[in-house]
Design a protein around this ligand. Structure first.
Ligand SMILES: [Mg+2]
Length: 404
């Protein structure tokens, strides 16, 4: 059976939110990101892109390329709230959807009467989002996620595009191979060196040749170039979480120790988030006293995967929670409201240096284990459980004191 997959993507999301707050920014080149010289561009307007600026670029370089740009230090809290507003509208309209990132959604509209019906429905949903939030958004509609995502890209800015069933290949053919999701800088170069520029050329190539050139990814890329993709929608649930907890052999009232353990747990979960390319927008702490009274407290935070934001939030919750002078039997940390995403959202605070620091630390952890690099404060803490990547589809190893 053919599916009908909708891909929705807010246009230059951070920039659009800033323009919502200050209409004088309309039509001007905008750079959102870290404003120090060591900062990084997290997002830029189309007007700025015309100067060769792109996200991920050092702010200093962007300013040189486009001196007249308005530079704005982003606000993760505001963007998170706007993202949640959009999520609520989509949730009302489509019960089964995937929140692919802070500004990107997939929905399965299969079976929603005929294809025309789904297109009409998608158009109305888009209109509703624009009317209720004031944010420009584009969509692509087709038989699968890949073609819809490419279609959204072609529709932008602030537009929509439907690829009728059977027209996937001709739609993709004239486009640059760059447009295929998964073709990064490295793959692009490899293919360009072979003289391949357009998707059409990939479509005409024998499948086997692709795997010879690009290995396992070659086959997936060949399929995508041919408009073939069976990836299902991963339903979004705010309850989806990663967590860790510890029950003590002997109940404790050592607050210093409890804090160290919470820091170690947070550090570890944050690493798991980054490894799975995820962000969280809600953190909670759980506490069980020796009399078995259990309490927990949660806090909404701007989307993040950064230790230096998560650890203070967790410690703050613990302060609010720990109010009985009683022995503690169990503590735990949980992150919910998970979405796909990178460092991008924290780029307003972070400098290139701190981003590289996280990347370097995580690389060491990938190689030598979760706890090979840790904060001094959590050094006394026993291993809180080695984890496999909770997001790569492998079944997690469930330890006695850890619940998935
Ligand atoms: Mg977007």
């Amino acid at each position: 059976m053919n599916r009908t997959i909708l891909h929705l993507d807010l246009d230059t999301f951070f920039v659009s939110v800033e323009r919502l707050l200050d209409s004088r920014l309309n039509g001007r080149p905008i750079l959102v990101g870290g404003i120090s010289d060591r900062g990084v561009v997290a997002a830029c307007s189309y007007e700025a892109r015309a100067f060769g600026v792109h996200s991920g670029m050092p702010m200093k370089m962007a300013r040189n390329l486009c001196p007249e740009a308005v530079v704005i230090k982003g606000n993760a809290g505001t963007y998170t709230k706007q993202s949640e507003l959009v999520t609520e509208i989509i949730k009302e309209g489509v019960p089964l959807f995937e929140k692919a990132s802070i500004d990107e959604f997939y929905a399965d509209l299969s079976g929603m009467d005929k294809f025309f019906g789904s297109y009409k429905y998608a158009s109305e949903l888009r209109k509703r989002i624009i009317n209720e939030t004031g944010l420009p958004i584009s969509f692509g509609l087709s038989v699968n996620k890949v073609v819809s995502k490419v279609a959204t890209g072609e529709a932008k800015p602030n537009n929509q595009l439907k690829i009728g069933f059977g027209l996937e290949k001709p739609f993709l053919a004239p486009l640059s191979i760059r447009k295929i999701p998964m073709v990064g800088d490295k793959t692009y170069l490899t293919l360009r060196n072979l003289g391949i520029k357009q998707i059409r050329t990939l479509q005409e190539m024998p499948r086997d040749m692709m795997s010879t050139v690009l290995g396992k990814n070659g086959l997936t890329i060949w399929n995508r170039a041919n408009g073939v993709d069976n990836t299902p929608i991963t339903p979004y649930s705010e309850r989806k979480s990663i967590s860790t907890e510890r029950t003590f052999d002997r109940d404790t009232i050592d607050v210093y120790r409890l804090r160290s353990i919470l820091t170690a747990m947070t550090e570890n979960l944050a690493f798991q988030l980054r490894r799975g390319e995820k962000l969280t927008a809600c953190v909670s702490v759980k506490l069980r006293y020796s009399d078995f009274q259990t309490c927990s407290k949660q806090m909404k935070i701007p989307y993040t995967s950064a230790d230096h934001i998560l650890i203070p939030a967790i410690q703050d919750l613990f302060n609010q929670l720990y109010n009985r002078r009683l022995l503690v039997r169990l503590i735990g940390v949980r992150f919910t409201h998970l979405v796909h995403g990178h460092y991008q959202i924290n780029l307003f605070e972070d400098t290139q240096q701190s981003i590289r620091l996280y990347q370097a630390l995580d690389k060491i952890r990938e190689r030598y284990g979760d706890r090979s690099v840790i904060r001094a404060t959590s050094m006394g803490v026993r291993t809180i459980g080695r984890m496999t990547n909770p997001f790569n589809g492998d079944p997690p190893i469930i330890l006695a004191h850890r619940k998935q």
